[in-house]
Ligand binder design. Structure first.
Ligand code: MG
Length: 260
């Protein structure tokens, strides 16, 4: 789940994680990864987005993990399901059916031993457009490039620069109003991790940071708006959006993806 940049927050310090804490986050990450793999295989036209939430909750209980999103600021489900022009934070509903040709973003998190993990994928269902497939490929690749820039000694702006420059070269845009985030004992910790930025600027990256890096990429303009349900963010121009996310531990040996 992404953090809202517009949300005013008191300044907090960045919580570094010990090896033991990262080990718990690795366990939470394995559950998130397993759930997303299962859901990706299960997705099909005719399912409701509520069906996806039921499968996700069931997977958590079988794996002794707690939902991260259920009740978070009042969010009513364990997973965010955002379809086509929906960017993030779509609320599962029995009325919303998946249709052949949809692209479906699944954003999921859990808690194990008091520590959170958070990840997202966008999945094509049936026959999707060429633009939709390319948007999905570019967004996934931009996450890989953002992670590759999450090196000890680099700065936060290097991650945003890697994501933004790649997406914009491909003719797409990166969302500004929602960003990635630090993660650990809380779902959203400092620092915020924008998907845009300038090389060599921002907070220095150090070993022990754990970041949720999560490009939200639009086929058209970067502007988004939040619907009357107070959660679902959609593109202003109605064009497609895709979302990929991993929880990543920064180590001296390089970035370790905890949700793979
Ligand atoms: Mg997140």
């Amino acid at each position: 789940m992404s953090s809202t940049v517009l949300m005013p927050k008191p300044p907090r310090k960045i919580e570094m994680k010990t090896k033991e804490e990262i080990s718990l986050m690795r366990q939470a990450g394995a559950v998130v990864a397993g759930a997303l793999t299962m859901l990706r295989k299960s997705l099909s036209a005719g399912m409701s987005t509520k069906d996806i939430d039921v499968l996700a909750m069931d997977y958590l209980s079988k794996n002794n993990a707690q939902p991260a999103f259920l009740g978070y600021r009042g969010f009513p489900a364990s997973i965010c399901v955002s379809i086509n022009s929906e960017v993030v934070h779509g609320i599962p509903s029995p009325k919303r059916k998946i249709v052949d040709g949809d692209i479906v973003s699944l954003d999921f998190g859990c808690v194990v031993g008091g520590f959170y993990a958070d990840a997202a994928v966008t999945v094509p269902v049936g026959n999707v457009s060429g633009e939709a497939l390319r948007l999905i490929q570019v967004t996934e690749e931009s996450l890989g490039r953002g992670i590759a820039a999450a090196l000890v000694g680099n700065r936060l702006g290097d991650i945003g620069f890697a994501v933004q420059s790649y997406c914009e070269q491909a003719g797409f845009s990166v969302v500004r109003d929602f960003v990635g985030h630090g993660i650990g004992r809380a779902l959203h910790e400092e620092p915020q991790v924008p998907n845009y930025g300038k090389k060599g600027t921002g907070t220095r990256l150090v070993s022990g940071m754990v970041l949720a890096i999560e490009p939200m990429v639009n086929a058209g303009g970067y502007e988004v708006k939040v619907l009357d349900d107070q959660w679902t963010a959609v593109t202003k121009d109605g064009r497609l959006s895709a979302h990929f996310e991993h929880t990543v531990a920064l180590t001296e040996k390089g970035p370790e993806i905890l949700t793979q």
